[in-house]
Design a protein around this ligand. Structure first.
Ligand SMILES: [Zn+2]
Ligand SMILES: [Zn+2]
Length: 328
């Protein structure tokens, strides 16, 4: 039996990957839900959201103590994954989530610590019984990345379709590319808004705000201190923000062969412990969750050090993130 893709509200530029070889079909940006909101307690909006940090280590180098950047928001049994660092599918399983629950994938930017397992998450979820539509969102060239990944995996996909009776994976995936901030999508569970952030030299890079039935959650992605992020996060219940600990940077940089270039990139493109506290204060968020730790592996920084470095700059609830931590 061929499952029918679910219907969904459509959104920005949409690209349906109905054929690996065929042209991509795109519709113009449509602000399909301006002014709408998910009122707590209304209609389908009674569900409680879950937010689980799947990977909290910043940077592409695999680490022993933290997985690569990824988080998932679950509402009414549907999983929305934000960023797909290496190992995201296994982290979903370790978090006790069914891969078949995947409903949306949101990529903040195309650094490999955020997208290395984007295609793998789709493929492995499908191989683990995903049979309903998945929408993926992010900056260009997300459609091309998707198409090339499916082509790369064609032998496996065709084999499993024949041997296991699975539906064509490409028919389940709808890609939505965008280069500007604004409304991204809305369905019965969440309303998602993107804001451009400053993460040179990657352009565009986005932060996402998820307005869920019970709370609002903002994921910063990678950014240096940024007014757009402050605006996006204004009044949010939870802000998950990247963080960098300057006193440990020299040891990290010394462990890399391209030290000078790396130092310049980190300082120009990321947010320090002092800055992240100030941003959360200015945005007026209730809870600040530190994630995407730099350094995330060597040198090892204790939770108390991160906490103490941010605490003077933010008086709300402060959480030092860890892999598989659920944020309430
Ligand atoms: Zn990163
Ligand atoms: Zn980055």
């Amino acid at each position: 039996m061929t499952p029918k893709p679910q219907t969904a509200t459509v959104l920005d530029r949409r690209v349906v990957l109905s054929s690996l070889a065929g042209p991509l079909v795109a519709t113009p940006f449509a602000n399909a839900f301006a002014g709408t909101s998910l009122a707590p307690g209304s209609g389908a909006g009674r569900s409680k959201s879950r937010l689980i940090l799947l990977g909290t280590g910043g940077g592409t180098t695999p680490k022993t103590n933290r997985s690569a950047p990824a988080q998932v928001i679950v509402v009414d049994g549907a999983s929305y994954v934000i960023d797909c660092g290496n190992g995201v599918a296994r982290q979903m399983v370790l978090a006790g989530l069914k891969l078949a629950s995947l409903r949306g994938v949101f990529i903040t930017h195309h650094h490999s610590d955020h997208n290395a397992d984007y295609g793998n998450l789709l493929l492995l979820s499908w191989a683990a019984d995903l049979a309903s539509r998945v929408d993926s969102y992010g900056p260009p060239p997300l459609a091309e990345i998707t198409r090339l990944f499916l082509r790369m995996s064609d032998v496996d996909i065709r084999t499993r379709m024949a041997d296991e009776g699975r539906p064509p994976l490409q028919d389940l995936i709808s890609v939505h590319e965008f280069s500007k901030g604004g409304p991204v999508m809305r369905d019965a569970n969440v309303k998602v808004t993107a804001a451009l952030v400053d993460h040179p030299s990657v352009m565009p890079a986005f932060a996402y705000r998820f307005d869920c039935p019970d709370r609002s959650i903002v994921i910063s992605g990678d950014t240096r201190p940024c007014e757009n992020l402050v605006r996006l996060a204004r009044g949010a219940d939870v802000l998950v923000h990247e963080v960098m600990y300057l006193p440990a940077l020299e040891a990290l940089i010394a462990s890399e062969p391209n030290a000078r270039t790396l130092r310049e990139h980190l300082l120009a493109s990321h947010t320090t412990t002092e800055q992240v506290g100030a941003i959360a204060t200015r945005a007026g968020v209730k809870t600040l969750v530190l994630s995407h730790f730099v350094p995330g592996g060597y040198p090892f920084i204790a939770d108390e050090v991160w906490y103490d470095a941010v605490r003077p700059f933010f008086s709300g609830k402060l959480i030092v993130g860890r892999d598989l931590m659920e944020i309430f």
